[in-house]
Design a protein around this ligand. Structure first.
Ligand code: UD1
Ligand code: CA
Length: 485
């Protein structure tokens, strides 16, 4: 609807305590799906592109306010020191604006409803504007209305008032149509009526919901629109509810990606954060968590049992039983099983980070391979290079970290240690067991282990009477050698 956005002010109420969370973290900062609860609400609100957003903060505002500012720098913060009710909170929000809104719509939302979607707010706001109502209620029909404000209708079916649980008669308590908490106001009406809301009720609170009866007394229209998907306005008050909403949010996200062409073998054990982006024909195997800003390109296969946070996985790559954070994996590369990708890992196209390999701040070129049992930290490995099994990039001298550079198409032996800072040239090699302390020129073979010495009969003389010595004696006898007694 033309004009709704610029003329829209959204007030998000988030001053309440949330004691049932039993947490040092404020309720609205508890996270599901990779965002705080208020983060989900601000994202839904943001999709409406409102002219102004006001967040009402109070309880633990030293934590809530900076979080809101980080997510929506343009949001106005209104401080409510004492939580005297939703009507009081909205009054403080209006006072925080340079000028109270006189035109358009003011939408009220709560900061603890993480499943709320922008589309729901949009259609509700449009219905409110189309009806020309002074107040519109996003209502819901619920089996257990306890605790909610009830929508009281008159004989003609018109909305008369919202009555809060504590103030309701037995007859009113039986009403199953409830106030979800989300309300839309004609801005001029709200600005004028907010001062008329008193606190003469069972809670001694300023109820925003009293605006409904005030509108009716003024002969102004009030409408209620039932939300089809009641979970969208459900708040999480304790951690059990938070987990329930978290599972439902995940179910919705996973379903959405499957509809977009992603294969998810086991939706129940697959967790995908709200900001993850997946291409069609990605396959996700059981026990996989894709977190943060992770992006997975076409035809990649991730899992089973893999956690990737803020990672980028290239097209056709294969990532098996891996834990990764801030890593970039090239197209057609393979990772795992049992790899640990730490921040700054970059693997080129068709490269390999194999089994029991840990990488950190390491740029590994196209087609380069670190297949087995290695630690690669603060390193650059050129294209086509193969790192032998059991290689340690010794990047830390106990004081500072240093870099190792390995050139293109090098082949390093098993059980090497590269003592950084050190450079191994293009096409160079190292023998098994080499400790590389000095640079290796291109094309050279580095050998650092001393020649092997065998001390014949050492075991028989020094370990006489042991199974080891007996085995040695038996072998010597069989070979007809002296020493087989
Ligand atoms: C409110 C509604 C009720 C509705 C229910 C839906 C009123 C009077 N009642 O009741 O009709 O069915 O929500 O969940 O509005 N808040 C502030 N400052 C305050 C008071 C509240 O910021 O002074 C915030 C809270 O942090 C919360 C929201 O407003 O996010 C709702 O407050 P809450 O106390 O939970 O209201 P209810 O009693 O549940
Ligand atoms: Ca509540």
């Amino acid at each position: 609807m033309v004009g709704v956005s610029e003329q829209l002010t959204v007030i998000v109420l988030a001053a309440g305590g949330g004691t049932r969370m039993k947490s040092k973290t404020p309720k609205v900062l508890h996270r599901i799906g990779g965002r705080s609860m208020i983060g989900h609400v601000l994202s839904a609100v943001g999709s409406l592109e409102p002219g102004r957003v006001v967040a009402v903060v109070g309880h633990q505002r030293e934590l809530v306010a900076p979080h809101v500012s980080e997510l929506r720098p343009e949001a106005v913060l209104a401080v409510q020191d004492e939580q005297l009710g939703t009507g009081h909170a909205v009054r403080i929000a209006l006072e925080a604006l340079d000028a109270p809104p006189r035109e358009g719509t003011v939408l009220i939302a709560y900061g603890d409803t993480p499943l709320l979607e922008g589309a729901t707010l949009r259609s509700f706001t449009e219905a409110h504007v189309a009806a020309g109502a002074a107040v519109s209620i996003l209502s819901g029909i619920v089996a257990k209305p306890h605790g909610y404000g009830r929508i009281v209708r008159d004989g003609t079916g018109a909305v008369e008032a919202i009555v809060e649980e504590k103030d309701a008669s037995d007859e009113q308590r039986a009403i199953t149509e409830i106030n979800s908490g989300i309300l839309a106001f004609d801005a001029a009406f709200l600005t004028e009526c907010i001062a008329r809301i008193g606190n003469d009720n069972a809670n001694g609170e300023y109820y925003l919901t009293d605006a409904v009866a005030i509108a009716r007394a003024d002969g102004r229209p009030v409408t209620a629109h039932a939300v089809a998907d009641a979970l969208q306005t459900e708040g999480a008050n304790d951690r059990a509810q938070l987990a329930e909403l978290g599972r439902e949010l995940n179910r919705r996200i996973v379903t959405r990606w499957m509809r977009e062409g992603v294969t998810v073998m086991d939706p129940a054990t697959t967790w995908i954060d709200a900001d993850v982006v997946l291409a069609p024909d990605v396959t996700i195997l059981p026990g996989t968590q894709l977190l943060g800003a992770t992006v997975v390109a076409e035809d990649a296969v991730v899992g089973p049992d893999t956690t990737l946070e803020d990672c980028e996985i290239g097209a056709g790559a294969r990532v098996v039983r891996t834990h990764g954070q801030l890593a970039v994996i090239g197209a057609d590369a393979t990772v795992g099983p049992f790899a640990y990708l730490r921040p700054g890992t970059q693997l080129g196209a068709a490269g390999k980070i194999g089994t029991f390999v840990e990488t950190k701040n390491a740029q590994i070129g196209d087609g380069a391979k670190v297949p087995h049992l290695s630690y690669v930290g603060d390193a650059e490995i050129g294209e086509g290079t193969n790192i032998g099994a059991g290689t340690i990039f010794a990047n830390y001298d106990g004081v500072a970290k240093h870099r190792t550079t390995v050139g293109r198409h090098a082949k390093t032996g098993s059980n090497n240690t590269f003592v950084a800072p050190v450079v191994i040239g293009d096409g160079a090699g190292t023998a098994g067991g080499t400790v590389v302390r000095r640079d290796v020129p291109p094309g050279a073979l580095a050998v650092s282990s001393s020649p092997q010495r065998n001390l014949p009969g050492w075991v028989q003389s020094r370990r006489a009477g042991t199974a080891q010595a007996e085995a040695a004696e038996a072998a010597a006898r069989a070979a007809g050698e002296p020493g087989g007694a």
